[in-house]
Design a protein around this ligand. Structure first.
Ligand code: ADE
Length: 283
């Protein structure tokens, strides 16, 4: 019998951050309520299509935007995306900038992180009765899918948007913003951006074998910059609102660009090889 050498089909999950959870980007949409071994995701999953490509949309903070970063059930969100068959996850996030050259309104495609969260579950392998068996020590290099990041960068360029191609993102627990000393320390550590949600989302996506890329939009200079007032929520929302259309355009076009490529090897690698090297199996 002939072996099927067709590329594996893709299904793309989109996690919309603050202000980017607009279901209108999907055609033929249908809301699905999902439960997972880790509880309920932030909201219903909206399944649909973008230019014929299967997609699933989830509002990270709920469609009413009432879940603060520490209370987002990241495990349920990622598990639910996996449960409905996603191969890729592309997400948006509003961030503070820790670099002069990353100006508010700029787009950035991060490639690394520093985790300063304190209250969040970081693994599906937690020893619980409904969880997968074993212990998982997963490498965080690379933490984001390099190929997905490349597609996001190419897509931004295709749309004539200025984009910073690499960044280390510091995720703080929040909900408070950082002190000036913390902000300066993060700069010295090599942080370029700061937010409250990339960790543990990127970690769990990798554990779940999903190819994860993020489009960050810089909304403020946090509070390290001399002569500037520190970050406040009004400014973050204003700058995000003014630029959210760019993120939306990138996500919609990136879905189509992803679907043009063959991801079979990456999908299998993410699902199997990574995990084989990481699991400390209990038989
Ligand atoms: N999200 C947007 N701006 C931020 C900042 N300065 N710190 C943490 N999260 C943010």
């Amino acid at each position: 019998k002939d072996i099927n050498l067709d590329p594996l089909p893709v299904k793309i999950g989109i996690i919309g951050g603050s202000g980017l959870d607009d279901p209108d980007i999907l055609e033929n949409r249908k809301a699905t309520e999902i439960d997972t071994p880790y509880g309920a995701p932030s909201d219903a999953l909206i399944e649909g299509e973008i230019a014929g490509v299967k997609c699933v949309l989830l509002a990270r903070h709920g469609r009413k935007h009432n879940i603060m970063p520490s209370n987002v059930n990241y495990r349920a969100n990622i598990w639910a995306m996996r449960q409905v068959g996603c191969t890729h996850l592309i997400v948006s996030t509003a961030c503070g900038s820790l670099r002069e050259e990353i100006r508010p309104g700029d787009l950035v495609m991060p490639n690394d992180f520093i985790d300063r969260t304190t209250k969040r579950s970081q693994t599906f392998f937690d020893g619980g009765g409904q969880s997968p068996q074993g212990v998982c020590h997963l490498s965080m290099y690379p933490s984001f899918s390099e190929r997905v990041r490349e597609v996001l960068i190419a897509t931004a360029k295709e749309l004539d948007y200025n984009v910073h191609e690499k960044a280390t993102i510091v995720t703080i627990e929040g909900p408070r913003f950082s002190s000036r000393s913390e902000s300066n320390m993060f700069r010295q550590w090599g942080g370029d951006l700061i937010n409250m949600t990339t960790c543990p989302e990127v970690v769990l996506a990798k554990e779940a074998g999903l190819l994860y890329g993020s489009v960050a939009i810089a909304t403020d200079y946090d509070c390290w910059r001399m002569g500037c007032e520190g970050v406040n929520v009004q400014d973050v929302l204003k700058t995000f609102g003014e630029n959210v259309i760019k993120v939306k355009n990138i996500l919609v076009k990136a879905v189509q660009n992803i679907a043009k490529q063959d991801w079979s090897e990456d999908i299998l690698n993410a699902k199997v090889i990574n995990l084989l090297y990481s699991y400390d199996f209990i038989f």
